[in-house]
Design a protein around this ligand. Structure first.
Ligand code: TYM
Length: 334
């Protein structure tokens, strides 16, 4: 990422807090692949964010490495894009503290992810859960990011990031670039296979999502069991037919066949056929990813070296912004 050949900057992150699933792939990773060549990219494993919910230390360590391998296995190039762990770059936590002082309690209290997580973890509504979006703003603003590809569930966090950046810039002009979200409508929200009114989520039961590491049999079984409805016609109608519409969306994005063509081709064929085609499209998408993933997971040394080297690259970029922030704020720098 030399300054002279600077492309616009892309940043995104995924939490290593559970199994990475088809929702993460369609909503986020597939867009990373699409955009990688046109941007200077950073893809972070946001392990500090994962701590807002209690984690088993051994599982967190394992999932961190698995997610790093999945990023690379999905086709991202770690010699070019910076693929790294958030906790390896201390500037994230440092900037988060500063931004905490530019963020209001009221705006954090309006975050729907906070409200949802507070409701589902009543015994552990910690301050980190509340200030989660501030750390996310720090992730993004540290690298003077232009664009942030995410699923629709992160839209509100992107809006608060922009608000924080603009508020800071209004007092200390020219410090942060104000980022744009990248949330294409077709890939914005993959729904649960068991409860298609809810988004596909790492924290739900296993049968409700397709893990990127699921075997062919598991993928077929889960699609076969996917909740649909009691009618029989295949049409795209998320309001009245959320299950069928979700399967159609998944199939359309993975196979790149347009929704119109899919619906006319499959109409009158029954849900069994739709489920079988969706499963097949998922299996074909996952096959090369899993092959590469299995190789990478055997090469622990390559993984460790890649993550170490990329953390250094990220630190160098992050330090530039942090130095500027400290200076503007009047923190004495001897
Ligand atoms: P996380 O780890 O929950 O999800 C990672 C990415 O996957 C997207 N996603 C989905 N997209 C479509 N359908 C779904 N069912 C679905 N489930 C998840 C998410 O929108 C996300 O893009 N707060 C973030 C992580 C983060 C981050 C950042 C992202 C931390 N710092 C800075 C971007 C920039 C999160 O919890 O994602």
């Amino acid at each position: 990422m030399s300054e002279s050949a600077r492309k616009p900057v892309l940043f995104s992150g995924i939490q290593p807090s559970g199994t990475i699933h088809l929702g993460n792939y369609i909503g986020a990773m597939s867009n990373f692949l699409l955009l990688e060549k046109d941007f200077d990219c950073l893809f972070s494993i946001v392990d500090l964010h994962a701590l807002t919910v209690r984690q088993d230390p051994a599982a967190l360590r394992r999932r961190t490495l698995e997610l790093a391998a999945l990023y690379i296995a999905s086709g991202l190039n770690p010699d070019n894009s910076i693929i790294y762990c958030q906790s390896h770059v201390p500037q994230h936590a440092e900037l988060a503290w500063i931004l905490n002082c530019f963020t209001y309690m009221g705006e954090l209290g309006r975050m729907t992810q906070f409200k949802d997580k507070a409701a589902s973890h009543k015994d552990n509504i910690n301050a980190g859960l509340f200030t989660y979006p501030v750390l996310m703003a720090a992730d993004i603003l540290l690298y003077q990011t232009d664009v942030v590809p995410v699923g629709a569930d992160q839209k509100q966090h992107l809006e608060i990031t922009r608000d924080i950046a603009e508020r800071f810039n209004a007092i200390h002009p020219g410090v942060f670039r104000v980022p744009e979200p990248y949330i294409p409508k077709e890939t914005a929200k993959v729904m649960s296979l068991m409860d298609p009114e809810r988004k596909m989520s790492k924290s739900d039961p296993e049968d409700s999502y397709i893990a990127l590491t699921d075997s062919e049999d598991e993928v077929r079984r889960k699609f076969r069991r996917a909740v649909t409805d009691s009618e029989a016609d295949i049409r795209f109608d998320p309001e009245n037919k959320p299950g069928v519409s979700n399967l159609l969306s998944i199939l359309s994005t993975l196979s790149k066949e347009s929704m119109d063509s899919l619906v006319s081709r499959l109409s009158g064929q029954g849900y069994g056929k739709l489920k079988e085609e969706a499963a097949q499209a998922a299996i074909e998408t996952l096959r090369p990813i899993q092959a590469r993933y299995n190789e990478l997971m055997k090469d622990k040394e390559y993984m460790a070296n890649t993550l170490r080297h990329n953390a250094e690259r990220a630190q160098a970029l992050a330090q530039r912004t942090l130095r500027k922030v400290y200076k503007k704020l009047g923190l004495y720098q001897p």
